[in-house]
Ligand binder design. Sequence first.
Ligand code: G3P
Ligand code: MG
Length: 245
Amino acid sequence: MLTSKIMAHRGLSSLAPENTLSALKLAAEQGYQWVEIDAIALGDGTIVMWHDNSVDRCSDGTGAMSEHNAQSIQSLDCGSWFSKDYQGEKMATIEEAIKLIQSLGLGLNLEFKLYENSPETVVAPVLEVLNKHWKDFDKLIISSFDLAALEYCYQQQPQLQLGRLYDAISDNWQAEMQSINAVSCHCSYKHLKAQQVSDIKAAGYEVYCYTPNEPKDVKDHWKWGVNAMITDYPQRYDDQPEAQA
Ligand code: G3P
Ligand code: MG
């Protein structure tokens, strides 16, 4: 299933603006095999590759995602905040992102963020896009902090590989993961304990950690058996034997 122990978080987001087509292309160019991206709805139901619930931090515009639509995002510059080299970068729709990731041959960890929206609003259109453009479902993991998003995926397409996201892993992880037939548990590396990795792996699930940007912070985690790290700085792991597939 996983072809790499490293996933480029929001694309190669330390070297290009996060969650942009440029960050995806750069991840592929630099030889990384998996990317993590976020999917979120605009006010008109268009699903875009974006993390925050507003455009303020990562564009030259302002406003909540619900105040934007397919037309209004066309005038946003989503690259200059990061570097003038990326001036004019557009916010990408999830369809553009998925088509590009498939064409680059990358694995995809697709994270749904519902915010105030329903799973029908955010997840249903993306499943349609995946069914149209995605070929290698072995190289697709759908993850979310929103259990309702994962439940919706499981109901609609039970064969999808689902990852349950936690900050600190909740006590009822096993029941939650069973309820959606998850394949993996994704959590912050900061709160993870060796015993949790051992319990979760013994129950048959993989464990992925976000977002360790310093390899030294997860030396123990590899030893505990964590399967993959989701990081803004995959390049810092290039020489790390633990991180080699
Ligand atoms: O999918 C792992 C990680 O991306 C979760 O946190 O806030 O960076 O989307 P966040
Ligand atoms: Mg994410």
